[in-house]
Design a protein. Structure first.
Ligand SMILES: *Cc1c(COP(=O)(O)O)cnc(C)c1O
Length: 472
């Protein structure tokens, strides 16, 4: 795979590393008849993307501007990944108690953590403020709760409000957060909303941040830039009307789209940072600290799901490879294939890229419904029994987002990197789920709970009851 015309050298190297990792996974027994599906993470690639993100913003901000890149944990909620990113200078954006727990388990310091969910409970808010984690309030009711907490205790937490600039959606409705009716943030163009936001800052000197996340995959860059521009303009207005630089940090969210059509990384962080510096000239002049929240663009291209072809068959004249990767690891692709198409690469039973004439075929998963297809009608060398099919660019929102259909086990996930001897070294990121764990999380400890509830009165019982009534 890879090395195609027009693919930049770094991207071609990543494709080569992927091929080497698949082969090594087979040779080292991580992948085979007994473990027919794994997730692989390219540690070198993740480090490179983190470095590219840092460099892209360093190139456009005034010297000395504080910049926190907070990885959106929801994209790849795996503790070792978060720890790797910390080592690369990347923080964490969390949106649930579970994600915060993962960030803390990875050793994230509070100053490197941002909490953003739309449904924060009082307990979550209290914990975040006690820890000193940055919080962006989603709505007026949440701000009321924060008011109460701020009256009863002091906090080091930087606090802000999330706004929805309502600049519009992209090609995928489910990931468009800046539509008129999006559930996120304060809908800025609604009647009276802008004035409410300005007053909220005037009344609360401790509100020092402003946040927007204009969308994820499917949003054109120009629309993302518009969302950031509108947010910047609001911060300028608030600071002017308050009469001081009360807002000192802008959180511009994440959402850089990923190219799922080839190995090319496009758009790049450098392109986006340059676009922002042109579209919003004041943003990077040093008056505002910055927070970013990229998720998919940091991890997607560094993950691969590799699954064994258990059977190869033909139906209605079309070859169908039945693999072990389907809806459980590629939920969005299976249920919304038009929005989330995946590239598939074919490897032979020894993990070598498969040669041979390209054939139109379906690559199916193991789940018991007919729509469980990783790819329908894709063109690649014919997959045969014992081969491997790899779903590419699945490092974010795929194998870490297990869907328990058919009680299919969560696959093991392994990071890989070249070792000094010229081989490939693997490290366990997550063990494969065991059958005992599946039983346990499916109520195994409560097997008799339902049958021990009072049984309903049956008709026979009723008759007996009636007879009993007559004789009484
Ligand atoms: C999902 C999300 C992100 C990350 O989006 P990506 O498309 O993965 O970069 C960032 N911020 C918020 C608030 C989000 O909900």
């Amino acid at each position: 795979m890879g090395n195609g015309i027009g693919i930049p050298a770094g991207d071609a190297e990543r494709a080569t590393r992927r091929d080497e990792a698949v082969r090594a996974a087979v040779e080292q027994g991580l992948l085979g008849a007994g473990s027919p599906i794994v997730g692989l993470l390219d540690v070198t690639g993740i480090r490179e993307s983190a470095a590219a993100l840092r460099a892209a913003f360093e190139a456009v901000v005034a010297p000395g501007t504080p910049v926190l890149h907070a990885f959106a944990v929801k994209a790849t909620p795996l503790v070792p990944v978060l720890r790797l990113l910390v080592e690369e200078g990347i923080g964490a954006e969390v949106a649930s108690p579970g994600e915060l727990a993962l960030a803390r388990a990875a050793g994230l310091r509070p100053e490197m953590t941002v909490l953003d969910s739309p449904a924060k409970t009082p307990a979550e808010l209290r914990e975040a403020l006690a820890l000193g984690i940055a919080v962006n309030a989603d709505n007026p009711q949440e701000l009321d709760r924060i008011d109460g907490l701020m009256r009863s205790a002091t906090s080091r937490s930087p606090l802000g409000i999330r706004v929805n600039p309502q600049v519009g959606g992209g090609s995928i409705e489910a990931t468009s957060t800046a539509t008129a009716t999006s559930k996120f943030g304060v809908a800025l163009r609604d009647e009276g909303a802008r004035e409410w936001v300005v007053r909220a800052y005037q009344d609360r000197p401790w509100l020092t941040r402003l946040h927007a996340h204009t969308g994820s995959q499917g949003i054109p860059l120009s629309l993302m830039a518009q969302g950031v521009a509108d947010t910047y303009a609001l911060a300028e207005e608030i600071n002017r009307r308050v009469g001081r630089r009360q807002i000192d940090t802008l959180d511009i969210g994440g959402g850089l789209p990923v190219n799922f059509a080839s190995d090319a990384t496009t758009p790049t962080y450098a392109q986006y940072a340059r676009l922002l510096s042109e579209a919003v000239p004041g943003l990077f002049d040093g008056r505002y600290g910055l927070v970013t929240e990229f998720g998919r663009s940091l991890l997607a291209k560094h993950g691969t799901v590799v699954a064994r072809v258990e059977y190869a068959k033909s139906a209605g004249g079309r070859p169908v490879a039945i693999t072990h990767a389907g809806v459980q690891v590629a939920t969005r692709t299976v249920y919304a294939p038009g929005s989330w198409p995946l590239r598939i690469a074919a490897y032979d039973g020894k993990g070598r890229p498969k040669e041979g004439p390209a054939v139109v075929q379906d690559v199916a998963g193991p789940a018991c419904f007919s729509g469980d297809l990783l790819a329908a009608g894709c063109t690649l060398p014919l997959l045969e029994q014992g081969d491997f099919a790899a779903a590419l660019d699945t490092g974010a929102y795929y194998f870490a987002h297990h869907y328990a259909y058919n009680s299919l086990a969560r696959p093991g996930i392994y990071g890989f990197a070249a070792d000094p001897a010229g081989g490939i070294a693997f490290a366990t990121v997550r063990e494969p789920q065991s059958l005992d764990e599946i039983v346990a999380e499916s109520g195994g400890a409560h097997a008799a709970s339902l049958t021990s509830l009072p049984a309903p009165v049956t008709r026979d019982d009723e008759r007996r009851w009636d007879l009993g009534g007559q004789t009484a």
